[in-house]
Write a protein that binds this ligand. Structure first.
Ligand SMILES: [Zn+2]
Length: 61
């Protein structure tokens, strides 16, 4: 089956105007103020939330 009517360049571009990839959210760490992804541990201090924090900068390969 073929498309019944050709979609114009403008229709195609208008449809794809919603397809842009958005950057991930960024929030400030409440403990050290560094930028941090929501629901992720802070890379600077290891803070996750008020009950949880992990050791930061001590990972060995
Ligand atoms: Zn932090």
């Amino acid at each position: 089956m073929l498309p019944v009517t050709k979609k114009s360049k403008m229709r195609k571009r208008t449809r794809r105007s919603h397809h842009a990839k958005r950057p991930p959210g960024i929030a400030d760490c409440p403990q050290c103020g560094q930028a941090r992804r929501p629901h992720r541990a802070c890379e600077n201090c290891g803070y996750v939330n008020s009950h949880t924090s992990i050791a930061a900068g001590t990972q060995e390969s």
